[in-house]
Write a protein of this length. Structure first.
Length: 423
């Protein structure tokens, strides 16, 4: 367009300079308007086509929305912005940046089976104390005692070729029960692995149901600050396709859930979709069912970990390329308090770096019985800023605790330490 008008101006020699400037000014305004309209149109078309584009990508690459895809898998549902950080139910730090870079894979929280009466909700919550990180999953509501609710946490795409461990932490009210259900596919058959720790487990062991595998937790069951840590060994092989949570009243028994569960419909043969939907529980909804009193429900999941069973090497000498050291020590006085700034550094062997999630740093004085958490390090360095030291203290002991990607922590008595002598 610009070339055409330029040629026309050159041919129209009788046009005065003022006319040319005025015409060119109007032309520039029109071009800007056309350009703006074009950009708006392109933007609108891109926005309008975005859902279609993503649907095409999902159809072409089904694994795009199926995570995790391999073991080990760990999530404490951390979203990266909570103001406190916990480890095994104990608060490590409570500053605004405690969870930066500590994000984990977030769950779907899709309710597959709602209660016949009442309602169940699930959300990521920061109610203290959490078990790991800065958040936990909270299930709450009220529903009738006869209902079983099923919530999909993750749609996975993991090939399982050998036994694996499932570890999770839960906390619930006395009248609330929560279990895990794993959907596994082996060739053309589908199995549901129920991880249950209720006392009624033994009732259904003698009456097995095709397609349902019951797994009892290993003993002893551990307790941390009101949280119950459960560990299961799953020996089924195949493809792990879903991780779900089963919620019900504690007055119900696991046998009732088994009796009401039907085989999950395989939509892969009927649709080209990579996902599955639908209610897998027969709640026997009866329109003339009399109303019953609703029971309050409240339960929490602190974390979930899945990994192949193996023993981690907690050998301090064999794990570190460079030892746990203190440097850049600086003392100062402020408001009658003795403060210290310092830097902690270490270096793992290259073979271990890919297995580590983060490091917990703690401190202890010579009169203390427990280590005081200082914070979490994502790299091989940690800065201690203005840590207050009592006048009677002569030694500070710093401890470094490694956390693996499977969620396993080094035992305290095996963790490396370094002393700061105060003169």
């Amino acid at each position: 367009m610009m070339c055409t008008w330029a040629l026309m101006f050159s041919e129209e020699e009788h046009m005065e300079e003022v006319d040319i400037k005025a015409t060119w000014g109007l032309l520039r305004q029109e071009m800007l308007v056309c350009q703006l309209r074009y950009l708006l149109l392109v933007g609108f078309m891109r926005q309008a086509r975005a859902p279609l584009l993503w649907m095409l990508r999902i159809d072409c690459w089904p694994s795009v929305r199926k995570y995790p895809t391999k073991l080990p898998f760990f999530s404490d549902f951390n979203q990266g912005f909570w103001k406190h950080y916990f480890s095994d139910g104990n608060e490590v730090c409570s500053i605004p940046w405690s969870n930066i870079s500590c994000q984990n894979l977030q769950p779907f929280l899709r309710l597959e089976s709602a209660p016949r009466q009442g309602a169940l909700k699930c959300e990521v919550s920061d109610e203290c104390p959490v078990y790991r990180g800065g958040a936990c999953l909270k299930f709450f509501g009220s529903f009738d005692e006869a209902s079983y609710c099923l919530t999909t946490l993750y749609e996975t795409n993991i090939e399982i070729v050998r036994p694996f461990d499932v570890i999770y932490s839960i906390k619930s009210k006395t009248d609330s029960s929560l279990s895990f259900l794993l959907k596994m596919r082996h060739k053309s058959s589908v199995n549901h692995v129920l991880l249950d720790a209720t006392d009624s487990f033994d009732e259904v062991v003698n009456h097995p149901m095709p397609g349902v595998v019951l797994v009892r937790p290993e003993v002893p069951v551990q307790e941390f600050q009101g949280w119950t840590l459960l560990k299961y060994k799953v020996e089924n092989s195949g493809k792990l396709e879903a991780i779900m949570a089963v919620s019900c009243s504690s007055k119900q028994r696991v046998s009732g859930f088994i009796e009401n569960m039907e085989t999950l419909k395989d939509t892969h043969n009927n649709q080209q979709s990579s996902s599955w939907t639908g209610n897998i529980l027969k709640q026997n909804n009866n329109p003339i069912m009399p109303l019953t009193s609703l029971v309050p429900y409240e339960a929490y999941i602190g974390h979930i970990s899945m990994s192949a069973p193996h023993e981690h090497d907690f050998n301090r000498e064999g794990a570190f390329e460079m030892p746990f050291e203190i440097s850049n020590v600086c003392w100062k006085e402020a408001s009658g308090k003795r403060l210290v700034n310092l830097k902690l550094t270490w270096m793992l062997k290259a073979s271990l770096v890919s297995e580590i999630m983060h490091f917990n740093v703690s401190v202890q004085n010579e009169n203390g019985n427990n280590f005081l958490p200082l914070g979490v390090a994502m790299v091989e360095a940690f800065y201690v800023y203005e840590f207050e030291v009592a006048e009677e203290c002569h030694t500070l002991t710093f401890l470094l605790q490694i956390m693996y990607k499977c969620g396993c922590l080094w035992p305290i008595n095996q963790c490396p330490t370094v002393d700061l002598l105060i003169t």
